[in-house]
Design a protein around this ligand. Structure first.
Ligand SMILES: [Zn+2]
Length: 72
């Protein structure tokens, strides 16, 4: 049986990084902090946006990660 990470993982949908703080991985937590959002709520921002785009604004995760977290 291979060694596997068995602890919590990031609560953000589609993110498989280890849980770092408040249920989010370090990257997602930093994005949450940047937006001034509650990490616990931020975790549930869908990775690929909502099915109905009118319900909420989807965050441009890939661009944000590149711009804000490059080198982090
Ligand atoms: Zn994450």
């Amino acid at each position: 049986m291979p060694i596997a990470f068995t602890g919590s993982t990031c609560a953000r949908r589609g993110c498989s990084r280890p849980d770092w703080k408040d249920g989010l991985c370090s990257r997602c937590w930093r994005l949450a902090a940047f937006f001034g959002k509650d990490p616990g709520l931020f975790a549930y921002e869908p990775l690929n946006g909502y099915a109905d785009g009118r319900d909420a604004v989807a965050l441009p995760w890939e661009r944000l990660e590149r711009e804000l977290l490059d080198g982090g």
